[in-house]
Write a protein that binds this ligand. Sequence first.
Ligand SMILES: [Zn+2]
Ligand SMILES: [Zn+2]
Length: 95
Amino acid sequence: MTGPDTLPWFWYRCRACHHSRASTWTTFPADLSGAACGSCRSTRITFYELATRAVIRLPRPLVPPTNRWTCCDCGGTGLTSSGDTCALCLGAGFL
Ligand SMILES: [Zn+2]
Ligand SMILES: [Zn+2]
């Protein structure tokens, strides 16, 4: 009787050389910076977690900064004191 523990947990496919292989990972590593294709060393690889069918594309896209600067001209409302669209932030309320 073969259990599911004989199957790989993760699988990866290289988007550079299209090499695909079972990963030796048993859990998803917290640090993915060293993950690369075992054939061409490309970091442009896609991981598949078989149990959850999760797909992780590497390298991960850079998360845009969430810090936004409240417009100092209108104070974040996007409107001037007379109710017009703020000319500095164009009504967005932040820069
Ligand atoms: Zn490769
Ligand atoms: Zn403004």
